[in-house]
Design a protein around this ligand. Structure first.
Ligand SMILES: [Zn+2]
Ligand SMILES: [Zn+2]
Length: 276
């Protein structure tokens, strides 16, 4: 299996997770590729958990030199928060480094951190679920159309804390903007990931819902990856075979792998065979 969403110590919310521990876990669990995707957050309330811009060269160097001692394929990547208006700044940073893989994220909508339980509470108290979904996918689509990202992380992350407020968001409540956003992803060659942290966060599902993957396949999205969103080596590879099966069941036949921001494909069925 491959794990395309992994935070190491340069993400300050993964401060104790070292690259050597991840490599040891990968070798023990048969994970053949790790894409390190440390947080890059350039503005907003959570810049303190981000890698600093001046640390990016040492981060890349650390991954490249770790590669010399393992057969596990290691990718240099970032999970980059998208903010409307930050496109130029992000483009300068991303073009300035030797990166294999860029995940785009929308953890904030109109200044609200929907991944913060306290902030999410106010956000959802004032909004019907469909309106929250429309607002989310409006920003998500802009992120896709920015051309900055290879793959969009946890595509229905906005659902993370809904269950605390007694709300649910079945696929029928995702609104209409999501379809426009998925079409934009297909048109722009931007991918989506299945992220198994949704289940660990208590939503009862991986991100995104199965119906979301079916819709993504129907509009012609070709690039898909899987990731554990690990912040510690203990969860590396977490239930990624199930994530791959979700993709297969939605109609996808191939998983994407990356090098230097270029996309190749591996048959999902082959990957699943190797994990058993
Ligand atoms: Zn994230
Ligand atoms: Zn992450």
């Amino acid at each position: 299996m491959i794990d395309y969403h992994v935070h190491e110590r340069h993400s300050r919310d993964a401060a104790s997770a070292g690259i050597p521990e991840y490599i040891a876990a990968a070798e023990a669990r048969g994970v053949t590729e790790i894409a390190f995707t440390t947080h890059l957050i350039t503005i907003g309330p959570d810049t303190d958990i981000s890698i600093r811009e001046d640390e990016i060269p040492e981060y890349i160097e650390e991954i490249r030199s770790a590669q010399e001692s393992t057969k596990v394929r290691l990718l240099t990547g970032l999970e980059v928060d998208y903010f409307p208006g930050e496109e130029r700044h992000l483009e300068l940073i991303l073009n300035g480094h030797d990166l294999d893989y860029i995940l785009g994220s929308t953890h904030y909508i109109n200044g609200v951190d929907i991944g913060s339980r306290t902030q999410a509470e106010g956000y959802f108290a004032d909004r019907p679920v469909k309106r929250a979904a429309d607002e989310y996918y409006t920003v998500w689509r802009r992120a896709i159309e920015s051309g900055l990202f290879d793959v969009m992380a946890h595509p229905d992350y906005w659902r993370k804390y809904l269950h605390f407020y007694g709300k649910t968001a079945p696929w029928g409540d995702f609104g209409s903007k999501v379809f426009e956003a998925l079409e934009a992803a297909a048109d722009n060659g931007v991918g989506i990931e299945v992220n198994t942290a949704g289940e660990r966060a208590g939503t009862g599902h991986f991100y995104p819902l199965q119906e979301f993957l079916v819709a993504a396949h129907e509009v012609g999205i070709k690039t898909v990856t899987v990731g554990s969103d690990s912040h510690t080596a203990g969860t590396l590879g977490y239930r990624l075979d199930e994530a791959a099966r979700m993709l297969r069941d939605a109609g996808f036949t191939a998983m994407s792998t990356f090098k230097n921001r270029r996309n190749s494909h591996t048959a999902i069925e082959e990957m699943l065979k190797r994990t058993h």
